[in-house]
Structure formats: C-alpha cells, structure tokens
Write a protein that binds this ligand. Structure first.
Ligand code: P6P
Length: 336
C-alpha cells in the first residue's frame, strides 16, 4: 500500500474526488493534530500527573477524569481559530461552544466525545476520541443546540482515534472507511488500511453481561442462543469480548467483525440506553455502515433517529450486518 500521510490523502480526495473542500480538509487535519496531542498526554500517564479524577462532573452527572477535561480543552483550542467551524459540542459541555467573535466562522458543526472510555484510563486500557461533522443550517449565525439536532444521515464526516498499543485514526468522508497509524517519529498519521470492510457474519459478541437481568426479551433471547453454542439453535460456538471502551470494541469489529450491543435496559427505565446518540452512536453508525456493517437501536436505523436533545442516549446494536439484522428482527417479532 502507498505510504501516504493523512494530509496527502486529504489533498488527493479534494483534488480528484471533490468529496471534501478546503474547510473540511482543515477540520480533519486539525482534529487529527488534536488527537496526536491527546495521545501524547495519555502516554505520559502518571508521569505527567494527569491520571485520576478532575474533581468535577460533566453534564451526564459522571465524574470527570483530568484527561477528560484536558482532551476537551485540546479539541476546543485546536479548532476554534481555523474559520472552518460554526460551533462545537462535546460530551463534556452542557451547551454548544460558540466560536469566539475574534475568529472567522465556517459552515461545519463539530461534535465529539473527547475521551471515550475514560474510566479505563487509570487502569491503562485503550481509550479513544470520537468525532462527528454536520453542516450548520443555512442562515444560522449563532448555532444553538437546535442547530445540532440533525439525524445521523446528515453527517459529512466521522471518525475516531483509538489510543492503544498504536494510535490509530479511522475516518469516513461518506465514501468508505480508511485507517491511519501514527508514526511517532515523524508525527504523521500514515495510511495503513483502505476500504475497511466488516464481515457480514461473526462468531464474536460484545455486551456487558452484568446487565443481563435488566435486558428486554429480544436481547435475552439473542444472547441465550449465542451462549447455547453448538448444541443450541445457532449450531455453533461464539466468543465474547467487552473492553468497556466503545472505541476499542468498535475498532475490533471494524478489523475482524463482531456485534457490539449496549441495549436499552430496565435498570433505569427513563434512559433509552447508556450511549449518546450525537457524538458516540451516530459517528460510529456512519463508520460501520460505510464499512458494510449495520447499526440500529433494536427498532430502527440509528442514523435515521431524529434527535431531540444534544445529550440524548440511545440503545446501540452495531457491527456484522447479518447479526444486527437478526437482533433487530427479534425486536420486531417480540416487542409488539
Ligand atoms: P459499562 C465508556 O464509559 C462508555 O461510554 C463506552 O465507551 C463503553 O462501551 C461503555 O460506556 C461501557 O459501559 O456499563 O460496561 O461500563
């Protein structure tokens, strides 16, 4: 494969395919640079005194880690000067972040989970950054929350960085999925995989099984069948993985297939799920579908959900197409 950098790849996409314009190219470059800075901050760990709690809570009422706050600041500072954005929204902020009036504004809205899986940081397990790009609605000069509430089908770009044994950047511009690996010596993201494809079948599932007693019947049926293995209705054995970092679990599925499930459960009936639609489920659903996979909430395609709130939660079932379709069919059959 050609060893080209992210910048070269983006310039080729702009020149040959007109899939992106200069502002979107700048956005991806700036976000990738922020992910490099986050990767460096994480890599220092205890040596830089960045582990542990920040002593604050985010809008979700979750205790923030120092690196949650640091990663959020890195993404805000990296993006606000470029003139490519109309506003930003983050898991770590109650309301959208307006671009300071001293900077020009652009056509795009950037949403992100700056450090997904941060509860794993202090135990040195892979974490990641997830981002999603929408267009700001025409004529909206001061984008408020309403400007962001667009279904996932409106995304023009989405990606994630996974901070693991190597730091990877996985990206879609709506025409397939590519993967870049951070070359720490040159500081460049280098193209290492083109046209990622998720196998339509799999024998590996990812779910937090400690919630089993709270699951709805279709999920219970599906998982029981997998656990029954060869002697059960599926006629084969399955394997389970659960990293508890969505980015790590999804990247495994992008690489070798699988099904990831964080279903709605009755533990807190007021919540439609644990994961957030706008900056976790939508970008991941876009990427997974672009790689030939599927993503639903058990009842409908995630990308077609009309958002009602910036931080709304959603059930997530995504990955190998034939397994996602089976779980979704069980919901249709059993949840009248
Ligand atoms: P649980 C991390 O907190 C996260 O938002 C996702 O990255 C991950 O898939 C999920 O929650 C893990 O949830 O309940 O297993 O800790």
């Amino acid at each position: 494969m050609r060893r080209i950098t992210l910048m070269q790849y983006l310039i080729e996409q702009q020149r040959k395919q007109q899939w992106i314009n200069s502002d979107l190219r700048l956005l991806v470059e700036v976000v990738s640079r922020a992910c490099k800075a986050i990767s460096i901050a994480i890599g220092k760990g205890a040596l830089a005194g960045v582990l542990g709690g920040a002593g604050s809570e985010n809008v979700q009422g979750e205790a923030q880690k120092k690196l949650d706050v640091i990663s959020n600041e890195i993404l805000l500072e990296a993006n606000e000067w470029g003139g490519h954005l109309a506003a930003m929204a983050s898991e770590e902020m109650d309301h959208p972040h307006q671009i300071p009036h001293r900077f020009p504004r652009g056509e795009f809205l950037l949403l992100f989970d700056p450090l997904d899986g941060s509860s794993n940081i202090d135990v040195n397990i892979s974490v990641g950054t997830i981002f999603s790009v929408l267009r700001c609605p025409e004529g909206v000069a001061e984008p408020d929350e309403q400007a962001f509430l667009q279904p996932g089908t409106q995304q023009v770009c989405a990606g994630y960085a996974v901070y693991g044994p190597s730091t990877l950047l996985v990206l879609t511009l709506g025409h397939g999925v590519v993967c870049f690996t951070l070359d720490r010596e040159t500081g460049s993201f280098v193209l290492t995989q083109e046209a990622l494809q998720i196998p339509e079948n799999t024998r590996e599932f990812a779910i937090n099984a400690s919630n089993m007693r709270f699951w709805e019947a279709p999920v219970r049926r599906y998982i029981d069948e997998l656990l029954a293995g060869k002697s059960g209705p599926r006629g084969q054995d399955f394997n389970m993985r659960w990293v508890a970092s969505m980015v790590a679990d999804v990247h495994r599925i992008m690489t070798r297939g699988g099904i990831f499930m964080y279903p709605r459960d009755t533990k807190d009936p007021t919540k439609a799920g644990k994961l957030r639609l706008m900056y976790e489920a939508n970008p991941m659903a876009f990427i997974v579908e672009q790689a030939g996979g599927a993503a639903t909430n058990g009842r409908q395609r995630i990308l077609e959900i009309q958002p009602e709130g910036l931080h709304q939660r959603v059930a997530v079932i995504l990955g190998s197409k034939n397994e996602v379709e089976r779980v979704t069919r069980y919901h249709r059959e059993m949840m009248l």
